[in-house]
Design a protein around this ligand. Structure first.
Ligand code: KG4
Ligand code: ZN
Length: 339
């Protein structure tokens, strides 16, 4: 299999491109949009416009870094969904136009499957079957991964995603978007038992993160009434305590999934997998319970095009190409055909 594939990712607020050859990543360029920082979340129209502006230079750099010219490409892959419609349209249209011009096929990639297959960019790689807890800004999913092509959703959030909870809570403390990494950084110097938050109990393998955000809001509003500097004085303990609660809620479900399926190879994926506390806590539980744990390098946890490229690589092997009439699917389910 001698394929050289250009992969494009524009589902949310990262404009990214990567080149893969024979399953090996040659380049991986990611540009995170800074324009959303003061809005507390991604502004869809601004995101689409920014992708439009940057897609050509980002693709150009990915080809340049890989020392590959356009005429050496065998296929172009792009994120079809899930994601923001305007953002997805930029990557989809660009991929279609370039592939049309070059006379090569296109590969439509499911972003959530790509987060999981990010595990196969570098070693060590999890053996099949494994359980993956995918935690990002838009999704929280528990997935039974049977092989590269067969993935079954066994649990998901009923309201906010875990990353969304991090970002909304960070916003309540006045941190810029995305606030997850800021909470992570402050949490490292705080006491995780300093503040107590009620853990939302949901039966089965589904998650709920919206109640905890409300509990956090009540706590800070109550305390700010008495001390306007409450957040400033307590930011380390607040971050450590809320992060520990969110992690406990996520890992409780992962533990349940292991008990339910009998599979003890577990993996993390998605932007929140970059959280220091989450990986530390998971490794500690894994040691206790003799689980086999896999966490991708941070650069492959948050949105990137290398994960789209590796997924496209496996789709290319299966001749899983699509028609040039294809359009984005903003709410694309994990079970949607493509891989
Ligand atoms: O996977 P991703 O890059 O984009 C989506 O597909 O949503 O995930 C972004 C999310 C954001 O909510 C961001 O705050 C969160 O991942 N995130 C983190 C950390 N790094 C990124 N959350 C907690 N701790 C981190 N270190
Ligand atoms: Zn993502």
């Amino acid at each position: 299999m001698k394929a050289i594939i250009l992969a494009i990712e524009t589902s949310c607020d990262e404009t990214a491109a990567a080149v893969i050859a024979q399953g090996r990543i040659l380049s991986n360029v990611v540009r995170q949009q800074a324009i959303h920082a003061s809005y507390g979340g991604v502004v869809p129209e601004l995101a689409a416009r920014d992708h439009q502006k940057n897609i050509i230079p980002i693709v150009h750099k990915a080809l340049q870094d890989a020392h590959i010219t356009q005429d050496q490409l065998h296929a172009i892959a792009f994120t079809q969904g899930p994601g923001l419609l305007g953002s997805l349209l930029v990557g989809t249209s660009f991929a279609k136009a370039l592939a049309f011009g070059l006379g090569i096929p296109i590969i439509a990639v499911n972003h959530m499957k790509a987060h999981i297959l990010a595990h196969f960019i570098t070693a060590p790689q999890p053996p099949f079957p494994f359980l993956c807890l995918t935690v990002s800004g838009g999704h929280t999913q528990l997935v039974h991964v049977k092989d590269y092509t067969t993935m079954q959703l066994i649990g998901e959030t009923l309201d906010d995603a875990m990353g969304e909870a991090f970002d909304k809570i960070a916003n309540l403390m006045g941190f810029a978007y995305p606030g997850g990494p800021t909470i992570d950084a402050y949490a490292q110097q705080g006491d995780p038992t300093y503040f107590q938050f009620p853990i939302t109990k949901i039966p089965g393998l589904n998650f709920s993160f919206s109640g905890i955000k409300t509990a956090f809001r009540y706590l800070i509003e109550k305390n700010l009434n008495q001390d306007p500097l409450f957040i400033q004085k307590n930011k380390h303990h607040l971050c450590a305590s809320i992060q520990a609660t969110l992690i406990a809620m996520a890992l409780e479900k992962l533990n349940k999934a292991v008990e339910h399926t009998g599979i003890n190879t577990v993996a993390l994926a998605g932007g929140v997998a970059a959280n220091t506390g989450l990986s530390k806590q998971l490794k500690a539980i894994a040691k206790q319970k003799a689980w086999n744990v896999f966490i991708p390098p941070k650069a492959y946890c948050t949105d990137n095009a290398a994960m789209i490229a590796i997924t496209a690589h496996y789709q290319y092997i299966k001749n899983d190409f699509c028609d040039l009439s294809i359009t984005p699917i903003p709410n694309m389910p994990l079970s949607h055909k493509t891989l």
